[in-house]
Ligand binder design. Structure first.
Ligand code: ATP
Length: 339
């Protein structure tokens, strides 16, 4: 099967990571019999500068007609690209796994294996803000429908894992909005008696992610709490350079690193490409499930194995204490893929 993959290279370190990822995906095509038609799509700060729009209708149409989208980090115009894509393609579930990788220094015990399932379409990120000189107001939108939908996703995911779901909220203060979110999670939990359900205040969750991350399986939460906790979880398992994510809807999905465009290291060819490479692995895993294609699932497994073998070899980028540059890291991972 051949897949049409809309590929947004993004800004900052995005194009450097994209070049390394292309090398790896080409190697995968040459050795594993999978065909990925990577279609370059302009979006982000560069598109805004060159064409006056961060995400043009033309770019949106190409993405919508593809099988899925792989996206690098976008800089200042991130809201106009990713928040619009999440909303207009109804990519309601943001999936952010966090698990230690071989030989990567981190504070999490090795048995840590958690996934943050973040609601992706509402909360404070609806863009409903107003202000005058003295007062600024942001509106937080939480609906029963979106909360139930994300909770259902979390419980289904937990059934394929360690069968635990923790709803993260602040319903003692945000009584109406998080009260409704928690109620919706409890309602859904009743249909999943085989999954252990608990709930935790977001401040306690922030602490426990550091103190006891191995106790979590699936954490389900609202948009902004999920945004913040997933950066924390990424650092707990070794750093932002390693952690991928998926934005999933009922028929389409977009895959991207958790990190941003990292302007502080842009143009130096020192960024770690693994976050984008593992995002490509998540994409292949999704294609394998969605299209019932074992070749795609196997390609995903092979990427994970190649990344782990490379890390075990100890030759890594600077963020992990090594000296490889972005391209060398991509080549090293590709070299671990064989027929
Ligand atoms: P943005 O505003 O686009 O989110 P940021 O710099 O505020 O950008 P990140 O881009 O997420 O936030 O970066 C946070 C820190 O992590 C930076 O110091 C950055 O250099 C580092 N970092 C992020 N991604 C990587 C990577 N792939 N490899 C190495 N370091 C990274």
């Amino acid at each position: 099967m051949e897949y049409r993959v809309a590929f947004i290279e993004g800004d900052g370190i995005g194009p450097e990571q994209a070049a390394a990822t292309r090398v790896l995906l080409t190697k995968l095509e040459d050795t594993q019999g999978i065909k990925l038609n990577l279609i370059s799509v302009e979006a982000g700060d560069r598109a805004l500068k060159d064409r006056g729009e961060a995400l043009s209708q033309e770019s949106f149409n190409i993405i919508e007609k593809s099988d899925c989208c792989l996206k690098g980090p976008v800089g200042q115009s991130a809201y106009d690209v990713i928040v619009r894509l999440r909303r207009d393609l109804d990519l309601y579930a943001n999936i952010r796994p966090a698990k230690p990788l071989p030989k990567v220094p981190c504070i999490a015990p090795q048995e840590t294996d958690l996934v943050i399932v973040r609601e992706n379409t509402e909360d404070l990120y609806c863009g409903l803000e107003s202000a005058d000189e003295e007062k600024a107001i942001a509106t937080r939108v939480i609906t029963r429908k979106a909360s139930q939908r994300i909770a259902k996703y979390a419980f289904e995911l937990a059934r394929t894992r360690k069968r635990g779901v923790t709803a993260i909220h602040k319903s003692n203060v945000l009584k109406k909005t998080d009260g409704l979110f928690l109620l919706a999670c409890k309602e859904v939990s009743e249909k999943y008696q085989d999954v252990q359900f608990s709930n935790m205040l977001v401040d306690a969750a922030a602490m426990n992610l550091i103190r006891n991350p191995q106790a979590f399986d699936v954490l389900v939460t609202t948009n902004m709490f999920g945004d913040i906790l997933s950066d924390e979880a990424a650092q707990v398992v070794g750093g932002l350079g390693l952690v991928p994510s998926a934005n999933v809807g009922d028929h389409f999905a977009l895959f991207e690193p958790v990190h941003g465009s990292a302007p502080d290291i842009t143009g130096r060819n020192i960024a770690n490409p693994i976050a984008l490479i593992l995002s490509a692995a998540m994409m292949l895993e999704w294609l394998g499930r969605e299209k019932s294609d074992p070749t795609a699932s196997e390609a995903s497994r092979i990427i994970h194995e190649a990344v782990e073998e490379t890390l075990r070899s100890g030759e890594v980028t600077r963020d992990l204490g090594g000296s490889l540059n972005t391209a060398e890291m991509g080549n090293a991972i590709a070299a671990h893929i064989s027929k």
